[in-house]
Design a protein around this ligand. Structure first.
Ligand code: NAD
Ligand code: IPM
Ligand code: MN
Length: 369
């Protein structure tokens, strides 16, 4: 039995719907396994701008700092798009990541068995898509010096990318260790033919590789890396890359698995870890009960495994997602022609049903635990 506090940050657009689905799964998990999860909901993003005048109110930040783990939906939307960069909903999320000291963003991308038909790639190419992107999360161009000068025809703007050896080493070590525990292959993706930061990145990763003899390291330029992801995704095990390249490549990789709605993430570092689906607030789907909740639900599963050490519970949720997909449950983004689509709530119920079924003693779960 564990007793933990989880701070829920629903955010904007489909964020509240997908976090409510994940919260329901966590409640089922607590009930079945005798755990106590206290869920504390706090505003972030546009919702927090509207309620408290800031995309990351201090009360939200303090709650997150005091939590055992944080689960977030998504932030942003057209209502706040005219705001300057520093006051937008997205800034709340970036500040949260920075202040929690989260320098690793782990994004696992796997083609789930029931969804082969959904991949945009031919079967001979998508077979074996099972990779993890390790994205640096608290440095790079997202957090560099920026500004703008002048007005009208003379206006200019700049953003800068900076990385220190220490920042590269800590995320690279995580990626080496992750590869060592998987298939032992690490691709480091950079733009070292153009950027100073990438040259430092490549030298630093090369130097560390001597300490990880079981890992085979390769370097790729990001333009080629983006192409290799669609040509031969099965060659990738772990991909290590910078904040911005990781953001871009992870949406591309998500498409290989069928939908961005499926992909979870874990952000790890010195403080409480943050778990969130990689998708955004999908404003056009908000309030329509048609977003896919699986990315948020799988984020909750990873939370249980990584932050609370509850591996059996996490496996149980992940297997239940696969079984629900195997029965044909499809939100609209997962439905190919001829397949009937169901809503977010019905998909959540389909997963909960599989969770309940697999607690039968014959399958060796739950009873007596
Ligand atoms: P998006 O991820 O919201 O949407 C991209 C596409 O994917 C859309 O077609 C959308 O309908 C689809 N999609 C996304 N999530 C889905 C789900 N769960 N189920 C089914 N389909 C899904 O990205 P965008 O449109 O570029 O951005 C919209 C807003 O979200 C912007 O304000 C952006 O800044 C913000 N955003 C937030 C996060 C975050 O909070 N982590 C991530 C990305 C974008
Ligand atoms: C993501 C998002 C965020 C990012 C935005 C909303 C700040 O795109 O989590 O992938 O760029 O990190
Ligand atoms: Mn993104």
């Amino acid at each position: 039995m564990v007793k933990k506090t989880i701070v829920l940050l629903p955010g904007d657009g489909i964020g509240p719907e997908v976090t409510a689905a994940a919260a329901r799964i966590l409640a089922d998990c607590a009930k079945e396994w005798g755990h106590r999860f206290e869920l504390i909901e706090q505003p972030i993003g546009g919702a927090a701008i509207d309620a408290a005048g800031s995309p990351l109110p201090e009360t939200t930040m303090e709650s997150a700092l005091g939590a055992d783990a944080v689960l977030l939906g998504a932030v942003g939307g057209p209502k706040w798009d005219a705001l300057p960069v520093g006051r937008r909903p997205e800034t709340g999320l970036l500040e949260l990541r920075r202040r929690l000291g989260l320098f690793v963003n782990l994004r696992p991308v796997r083609l789930r068995p029931a969804l082969g038909r959904l991949s945009p790639l031919r079967a001979d190419r998508h077979r074996g898509v099972d990779l993890e992107i390790v994205r640096e999360l608290s440095g790079g161009i997202y957090f560099g010096r920026r500004g703008h000068h002048g007005q009208g025809g003379d206006e200019s703007a700049f953003d800068t990318e900076a990385y220190s050896v220490k920042e590269i080493e800590r995320v690279a070590r995580f990626a080496f260790e992750r590869s060592a525990s998987r298939r032992g292959r690490l691709h480091s993706v950079d733009k070292a033919n153009v950027l100073e930061t990438s040259q430092l990145w490549r030298r630093t990763v090369d130097r560390l590789s001597g300490e990880y003899s079981s890992v085979e390291l390769r370097h790729l330029y990001v333009d080629n890396g983006a192409m290799q992801l669609v040509l031969d995704p099965a060659q990738f095990d772990v991909i290590l890359t910078s904040n911005m390249f990781g953001d871009i490549l992870s949406d591309e990789a998500a498409a290989l698995a069928g939908s961005i709605g499926l992909i979870p993430s874990a952000s790890l570092g010195s403080g409480p870890a943050l778990y969130e689906p990689i998708h955004g607030s999908a404003p056009q789907l908000a309030g329509k009960d048609s977003a896919c909740p699986i990315g948020a639900i799988l984020s909750a599963a990873i939370l249980l495994r990584e932050s609370f050490g509850l591996a059996k519970e996490a496996d149980w949720i992940e297997r239940s997602v696969d079984r629900a997909l195997a029965t044909g449950a499809r939100t609209p983004d997962l439905a190919t022609s001829g397949e009937r689509a169901i809503g977010l709530a019905a998909m959540t119920e389909a997963i909960r049903r599989e969770m309940a079924h697999s607690l039968q003693p014959a399958e060796g779960y739950g009873w007596g635990v």
